[in-house]
Each structure stands twice: as structure tokens, then as C-alpha cells.
Ligand binder design. Structure first.
Ligand code: UD1
Length: 430
């Protein structure tokens, strides 16, 4: 089983190139099913989740050609089934995206229920509500979401909660429905906008993405397109907080600063200096961090996917901080692991009360999920001595070459798969 072995203590210094957004890539790959023509996608991250989704669509006859590590050509002109039975797709949250895409195009889809990180109840009632409102029948049987419609007809849909997944799924189905669909209380995340831009580049008629009302005028057919995925704001935010935690000086390159506003605001509040240019952001942390309060919210609020990363920073700040998780109820599972490293955190319901400690101590820890795993790595990077991080498969679901990018910033980290390799690393690093 793969692990990271880390010798902490080095501040991260240098530049890091941010890849394409995982959470934009996933719906865009699914939406490539909505045309019979060829779609060319650039800046696709090479991570577990995107690779699983590509394999799953290949399993129903979609032609997928990797034209480079971050480029893919997709042609769904000759699929042989609207039923995806690929086992791996159950492991990822984005399993539900081919449902909206195929329902839109073929008026039928059968796809395994989504998995993903165990960070709380991840209901899909709003997806189902949206599909039904468009005229589809939806049943859940034998672990599959089965949906079918004679025709899809545009309508008014009010989302009872702000859901990225439901907004995206309904947007895909509605893009090929008859008439106009209005989604109210829509999610505004950059990846929702990126999918709308992708669909519009194929001739869809979607307006308002990025606001809480999205208007989709259905079209009969979508042609192919060429499209470049936006940078990953959570990968960028993770490296920015890693700079804060290690008292480093890191420039994240190829980012959209607007997408990082809530993250940079918090970094400044806790005492980091930020320099912004067109597509770069530099974070310098030279002093002990200051405490703050933060509550996760839908975009443009502070992202739940950055909650563990900010908590790791605040657990080393001088004073008491409060972190409130308002999106997922089970997103403090990393606290026990961080406590092993000396953190002083008390969780009450959806709130963590964090009393800063001066430093972390090394420990053997486990990544409980994708983002918390990355956050724990940043803690280990600042702890004295050697730490081993287990279950890094979670981290690799969403971070491409995480350890290599950290090495380039001066971190002493290695990806290992045996005790012997850990010992070799320890001997080499000393
Ligand atoms: C997406 C992201 C995930 C991020 C999350 C919130 C992907 C693949 N994953 O997940 O990284 O943490 O957005 O920004 O893009 N809900 C319902 N009913 C529904 C749908 C959602 O009650 O039908 C609730 C969820 O339980 C949760 C909240 O709404 O409490 C937000 O979920 P949602 O925005 O849908 O998250 P995901 O799309 O699963």
C-alpha cells in the first residue's frame, strides 16, 4: 500500500504550476457524451477520479484517446449502451454526472449510485427532483439510478439546497430538453460556470451560470468542440495554505485569482502577505499565524474543500479559532489524526474550537479523505522528524503528482510502498 514518508521542517519555497480543476473536468468529461461529434479537452488533470470516469465511459463504447497527459479526445458517436456497470465508478462522487448527460441525449441512463469521500450524508434528492421535473421517471434499484423519459420538457426548478452536483446534472439534461428550464437557488461554483461554458461552446444556450438563477434554452443537438478546463482552485488553495503552515514563500501559477478570493482573504487575516498578478498568486508567511473564525459556505464563501487545510494552519496559530462546517456534517474526521501530532482541537457538532499550539510533532497518520489527507500532509511538512501518511490513495483521487510538486518546493517527501523504502528514505535524509 502506497504511503508518503515525510521529514518535516523545511519551509516550502518556490513556484508551483496548478493543474486543471478536477471538479470541472468530471462534469465536462460526462458532457462530452452529449454530442456525436468529437470533443477535444485540454488541461485535464491526470488524477484517479478523472481516469475512472474516462474508463467508465469507454466501457459503453465511447472512444477515448489520450493525446497528451492533459489532453483527451472523446467521441461518443457510437455508444453501445446507456447502462454503466463499471465497478470503479462507484468509488467516485462524480458517478452521477453521466446520468444527466445521457438522460439529456438518449432520454435514458442507468448508472451506479455515487461514492466519493465519506464526509457526510451525500443525498441526491435534488438531482432526482430535477430529473423528474423535466419529465423523467427515476428509480433506484440494485445500486443503480435508473432514469428514463419519453421526452424532457423545460420547466422551473427550485433547488431546496445549494448543490453543485444537482445544478450540474440538471443543467446537462435540460440543455437537450424541449423549451426553457430555469434553475433557481443554483450553485455558483467556478466549475458550474466552466461546464456551462463548455456546453455553450458546443452550441447549448445557457445563461446565468455563476449566479443563482440559470436559464437553459434546450437545443435539439450539440456539435463537437475544443475546450480548456479552468485551473483547480482547491489545489491552488492547498498549496497556498501549505505555504502558510510551513512559513514558506510559494507562488501558485496558472490560477484565476478571482476564484481564490475567499481563500486569500483568510490567508491575509491570519497574517500572510499576498501578491496577486494576472494568473499567479504569491503567499509569504514569515510570522506566527493569527487566529480567526471561518465558516464554510457555497461559493463565493469559503469552500468546504479547504476546511481541513485552514484548520491545520489555525491549529498552529497564536490563540483560539473557530471553524464551522456548514456543508457536510462529517468533515472533522482528520481531527483525531491531527491530535496525534499535538493539535488541540475540540469538536462540538459542526464546530471545531481550535487552540493553537506552537508546533506539530511527527506521527504516523492516515488520510481519512481527499482534502483532509492533503491537509495532514501539510501538517507533517512542518513537524520535526519523520511522519508516515497512510491511505494516500484518497489524496491521489484529486491531486496530481502531489509529492513531486511538494519536492519541487523543497519538501522532503517521498511516495513509498514498503517499510524498506521508508528506511531507505530515512537513511538518505538523515
Ligand atoms: C461537490 C464537490 C465536492 C465539494 C462539494 C461542495 C465534485 C465531484 N464534488 O460535491 O468536492 O465538497 O461540491 O462544494 O464536484 N445535497 C442534498 N441533496 C442533493 C444534493 C446535495 O441534500 O440532492 C446536500 C449535500 O448533502 C451537502 C450539500 O447539499 O450537504 C452540498 O452538496 P453538493 O454541492 O451537491 O456536493 P457534491 O456535488 O456532492
Amino acid at each position: 500500500m502506497e504511503q508518503y514518508v515525510i521529514k518535516g521542517g523545511n519551509p516550502l519555497v518556490g513556484e508551483v504550476e496548478i493543474g486543471g480543476s478536477k471538479n470541472a473536468a468530471l462534469p465536462i468529461l460526462a458532457a462530452a457524451l452529449m454530442t456525436d461529434e468529437t470533443v477535444y479537452i485540454e488541461n485535464m488533470p491526470d488524477v484517479f477520479d478523472t481516469n475512472v470516469l474516462l474508463k467508465a465511459i469507454e466501457s459503453i463504447g465511447v472512444i477515448v484517446k489520450r493525446t497528451g497527459r492533459h489532453s483527451v479526445m472523446i467521441n461518443a458517436g457510437n455508444i453501445n449502451s446507456v447502462i454503466i456497470t463499471d465497478e470503479n465508478i462507484k468509488k467516485i462522487r462524480a458517478a452521477y454526472y453521466p446520468t444527466g448527460a445521457m438522460l439529456g441525449k438518449y432520454k435514458e441512463a442507468q448508472v451506479p449510485l455515487p461514492g466519493g469521500c465519506d464526509i457526510g450524508c451525500r443525498a441526491i434528492d435534488q438531482h432526482i427532483k430535477g430529473f423528474k421535473a423535466l419529465g423523467a421517471d427515476v428509480v433506484i434499484e440494485h445500486g443503480l439510478i435508473k432514469t428514463k423519459a419519453e421526452r424532457l420538457v423545460g420547466t422551473h426548478i427550485y433547488m431546496d439546497c445549494v448543490s453543485v452536483g444537482a445544478t450540474i446534472n440538471v443543467m446537462m439534461a435540460a440543455a437537450l430538453a424541449e423549451g426553457t428550464t430555469i434553475i433557481e437557488n443554483a450553485a455558483k461554483e467556478p466549475h458550474v460556470v466552466d461546464l456551462a461554458n463548455f456546453l455553450n461552446s458546443m452550441g447549448a444556450n445557457i445563461k446565468g451560470a455563476g449566479t443563482d438563477v440559470i436559464r437553459i434554452k434546450g437545443v435539439v443537438k450539440l456539435p463537437g468542440t475544443e475546450y480548456t478546463i479552468i485551473p483547480d482552485q482547491i489545489e491552488a488553495g492547498t498549496f497556498m495554505f501549505a505555504a502558510a503552515v510551513t512559513k514558506g514563500d510559494v507562488t501558485v501559477k496558472n490560477v484565476i485569482p478571482k476564484h481564490l478570493e475567499s481563500i486569500t482573504a483568510k490567508l491575509m487575516e491570519i497574517g500572510c502577505e499576498i501578491e496577486e498578478s494576472d494568473d499567479c498568486m504569491r503567499v509569504v508567511a514569515s510570522k506566527r499565524l493569527k487566529p480567526t473564525h471561518v465558516k464554510t459556505l457555497p461559493y463565493p464563501g469559503f469552500p468546504t474543500d479547504m476546511q481541513p487545510q485552514i484548520a491545520v494552519a489555525l491549529a498552529m496559530a497564536q490563540g483560539t479559532s473557530i471553524v464551522t462546517e456548514s456543508i457536510f456534517e462529517n468533515r472533522f474526521k482528520y481531527v483525531d489524526e491531527l491530535t496525534k501530532m499535538g493539535a488541540n482541537i475540540k469538536v462540538e457538532g459542526n464546530t471545531a474550537i481550535i487552540t493553537g499550539v506552537s508546533h506539530y510533532t511527527n506521527a504516523n497518520i492516515q488520510a481519512p479523505d481527499l482534502r483532509a489527507g492533503a491537509a495532514l500532509v501539510t501538517a507533517a511538512l512542518t513537524a520535526d522528524g519523520f511522519s508516515v501518511v497512510d491511505e494516500i490513495r484518497f489524496i491521489e483521487r484529486g491531486y496530481e503528482d502531489f509529492h513531486l510538486k511538494l519536492q519541487n518546493l523543497g519538501a522532503q517527501i517521498e511516495r513509498v510502498s514498503s517499510e524498506k523504502e521508508i528506511q531507505k528514505f530515512k537513511l538518505r535524509i538523515g
